[in-house]
Design a protein around this ligand. Structure first.
Ligand SMILES: *Cc1c(COP(=O)(O)O)cnc(C)c1O
Length: 465
């Protein structure tokens, strides 16, 4: 290669590869499955002492990109993110070029205000106080982690300096995200001190059980400090009753966090905002714009109703970092990270371009797609439905095909990317309508491909007895 460090040439190469990739995504929406054992035979990933020969380098890079699972295609339903909004991509590419860190005003300049504007808008929409604040953590798991730390420090601020005694307890529903358990370990609480509260038949936390558990923990001399309510559980997309839970949290003076990583973006829709009813009474709330709004990974927003609590837990002196301006503009004083990627810009570029109404349309369209999918299932006796209305997850089984095996074979045969889940001892396929670029025909096509594959490969797919 002539000069391996030439940004203009590499941007040209980027455009070439992006063109190939976008065309390939249309022509073959599911990447050819490669068994991990064959990876190093199929792709040249080896690193050497000497530089690559230019043509070989380009060829290898293109092949690697085209062999990677296509998470933005119309046939990707495997994860809670999917599709891509071009404005989100534009914003993210610019963030890469800028390569600011969000820690201080001196390094990030106006990008600080980009982040603060989104946080302020979100706080206004959900009805948080004028003292509210927030940050862009690296994802929903990190948002949940930060909320737990803030709750801990709010209950006993000495913990920040002196560490933790083991008489604290946290509460979360039995089907809440696994980050709650990990975060309990990370923040010194211990996984064993999370009470997993049972759910009703719709996958919502049973609020009576929650209150009874709190009462019995108080009787034991324990200190309840954190309740996590989920808005959009990972499998069923069930919305906990925030209003009832917030009454309990107020009564016993316990921090209420709302994990809206999946479903929290309903905040943009008047039609579905009711699923967050009572959110203004919570202490913290997060949602992932990378899940339902087509913004690239990762874009998570955490907001805290009493902003000083966020600062108290996450600020620290660092004379080598904070050299100009006050904490209000030095966002490192409210973040977990030191060097922090600019994850706000891509969301801001999208929001600026399409307005809040554009975000609302995306969310409502996804609910329309979910409704369409549920109708399809309800009108077809070969299917059994396991999920409920007001949800972006459509959980079902088709005939007597074993869902885990069906999903695996659909993947290995390059037909569809979809996953499975379970609830109340039932295992099922989980279709998620989180890609707002999909149409009702794309959803019909999903069922059509699944049915055709099941028929053609009938003898190879395991059955439920
Ligand atoms: C996806 C999800 C998370 C985790 O978000 P990441 O950005 O993947 O870390 C947390 N809670 C719920 C309910 C989720 O669905």
């Amino acid at each position: 290669m002539q000069d391996p460090n030439n940004i203009r040439e590499d941007l040209d190469l980027f455009n070439q590869i992006a063109d190939l990739f976008l065309q390939d995504e249309l022509d073959s929406p599911v990447a050819n499955y490669i068994n991990p054992e064959n990876l190093l035979k199929d792709l040249d990933l080896s690193l050497h002492d000497n530089p690559s020969v230019e043509e070989e380098f380009k060829k290898n890079l293109k092949k690697l990109i085209l062999s990677t699972p296509k998470s933005s295609s119309k046939l990707f339903f495997n994860q809670l993110f999917g599709g891509r909004h071009s404005k989100g991509v534009l914003g993210d590419l610019l963030a890469v070029m800028l390569n600011n860190s969000m820690a201080t005003y001196k390094i990030a300049g106006p990008q600080v205000a980009v982040e603060k504007e989104i946080i302020k808008k979100v706080c206004d929409i959900i009805g948080y106080s004028n003292n509210a604040s927030g940050t862009f953590p690296t994802g929903g798991s990190m948002s949940n982690f930060m909320s737990m730390v803030i709750a801990r420090d709010t209950k006993k601020s000495q913990i920040i300096e002196k560490g933790f005694k083991h008489d604290f307890v946290a509460y979360s529903s039995e089907i809440s995200h696994y980050s709650i358990s990990k975060n309990a370990s990370f923040c010194g609480l211990g996984k064993g001190n999370v009470r997993y509260i049972q759910c009703n038949e719709f996958g919502q936390m049973d609020v009576d059980c929650l209150e009874n558990q709190i009462k019995s923990d108080l009787q034991e001399g324990l200190i309840p400090f954190y309740i996590n309510a989920t808005s959009g559980t990972t499998v069923l997309c069930a919305f906990d009753n925030i209003e009832d839970i917030s009454k309990v949290s107020k009564k016993y003076d316990i921090w209420l966090h709302v994990d809206g990583a999946f479903g929290g973006s309903v905040l943009f829709s008047n039609k579905y905002f009711h699923l967050l009813k009572g959110v203004e009474n919570s202490d913290s709330f997060c949602f992932n714009a990378h899940k339902t709004l087509g913004v690239p990974l990762s874009t998570s927003v955490l907001v805290v109703n009493e902003g000083s609590a966020l600062e108290k837990s996450f600020s620290n002196k660092a004379s080598y970092l904070y050299q100009t301006h006050d904490n209000n503009y030095n966002l490192g004083q409210t973040s977990f990270e030191c060097g922090r990627r600019n994850n706000a810009l891509k969301f801001w570029v999208l929001w600026k371009a399409i307005g809040t109404n554009g975000l609302k349309k995306m969310v409502e369209h996804e609910f329309d797609l979910a409704h369409h999918a549920r109708e399809y299932i309800n009108n077809n006796k070969d299917y059994t439905l396991y999920s409920f209305k007001d949800s972006l997850s459509i959980c079902f089984n088709y005939k007597n095909y074993e869902p885990m095996d069906l999903c695996k074979k659909l993947y290995e045969n390059n037909v569809l990317m979809v996953g499975h889940g379970n609830f109340n001892d039932k295992c099922f396929v989980r279709l998620v309508t989180i890609n707002s670029q999909n149409t009702k025909q794309d959803i019909d096509n999903f069922f059509c491909l699944l049915e055709k594959f099941s028929k053609d490969f009938d003898s190879q797919i395991k059955k439920i007895n």
